[in-house]
Design a protein. Structure first.
Length: 315
């Protein structure tokens, strides 16, 4: 070990707090970058699962120019032979048990089987459709029900925009796999009239899901028939259009988080810079003596860079 290296090691060991704070600053910066990246990935994954849950197998959607459309549009589509088609009413409600927010989706169970698979899984496969469609009833993920100590037959108290409603837990959805479990974890499934009552949207739908044929020629004829049946103020769109729109809205949020993480990393680098500047000022006399003994400017520069590299790697 050279004289220059021994002097560097002696200085670092004599000032542990100064070095420790620099290492801690870099470590915190890196931890923030990694944690925010994981948060972005987790949020994106949750969004994808939510989109799959709500959209299901639908290829197209009929929507109004506003937030809702008249439910007579659904009747017109059925009369025009547009099938499969499924009416949807959706919104959010807070369950008083556990103070947990759920996405509420109102469906027609007779028309929805082709779009969303969760009605045909586990306990819900033996669902009493008569009870589901004639009284305020809901389905919930079985794992979520266990977390909240709920079981079939319990009464749920849900809050929607300051109003409280009672809904009976009619059945539980047993997920077939981990993907399904995560996608329905915060989902309440009710029938369309119940959802309309919860969200005060009598006679209104959020959208109508359609499943167009995969064959291009048949699909074109199918979509033309749909457009002919639609009244003014109602439009047809691909189901992935909504997903893409929301994804674009979340990009700005992701960018802000990433910028924040990089800022934390820059702060860590700034701490190293200040530490090295302070250490050089403290050792100005020592470095002057080393220069007098024949140590070159390049060697001193490499020494400082080496110390900074050690702090960065350790941090």
């Amino acid at each position: 070990m050279t004289l220059l290296q021994r002097s560097s090691r002696r200085y670092l060991t004599q000032h542990p707090w100064l070095m420790g704070l620099s290492v801690l600053g870099v470590a915190i910066g890196v931890a923030v970058v990694v944690s925010i990246d994981l948060a972005n990935t987790s949020a994106s994954r949750a969004f994808e699962l939510s989109a799959v849950t709500v959209t299901g197998a639908a290829t197209h959607q009929v929507v109004g120019t506003g937030e809702t459309l008249d439910d007579n549009v659904y009747r017109r589509l059925r009369e025009a032979g547009v099938r499969p088609s499924a009416p949807i009413v959706e919104g959010y409600a807070t369950l008083q048990r556990g103070d947990r927010t759920f996405q509420v989706i109102g469906i027609d169970p007779l028309a929805d089987a082709a779009f969303r698979p969760y009605l045909g899984t586990g306990a819900s496969s033996g669902l009493d459709l008569g009870a589901f469609m004639t009284r305020d009833a809901a389905l919930m993920s079985a794992p979520t029900a266990r977390e909240l100590s709920l079981s079939s037959g319990d009464t749920l108290q849900v809050d929607v925009e300051g109003s409280t409603y009672s809904v009976s837990l009619l059945g539980l959805i047993e997920p077939r796999n981990e993907r399904t479990r995560r996608s329905v974890a915060n989902l309440l499934v009710v029938d369309v009239p119940t959802a309309q009552r919860l969200f005060d949207q009598s006679g209104r739908l959020s959208r109508i899901d359609l499943l167009a044929p995969s064959d291009e020629g048949t699909q074109t004829a199918y979509l033309d028939r749909v457009r002919q049946a639609l009244p003014e103020g109602v439009q047809l769109r691909r189901s992935d259009t909504r997903t893409e729109t929301v994804a674009q809205m979340t990009k700005a949020f992701d960018l802000n988080l990433t910028a924040l993480s990089l800022l934390a990393l820059i702060v860590g680098a700034f701490l190293i810079y200040n530490t090295m500047t302070f250490s050089i000022v403290q050792r100005r006399g020592l470095l002057g003596r080393l220069r007098a003994l024949g140590v070159t400017r390049a060697q001193v520069f490499r020494l400082v860079l080496g110390e900074a590299a050690v702090l960065g790697v350790v941090g």
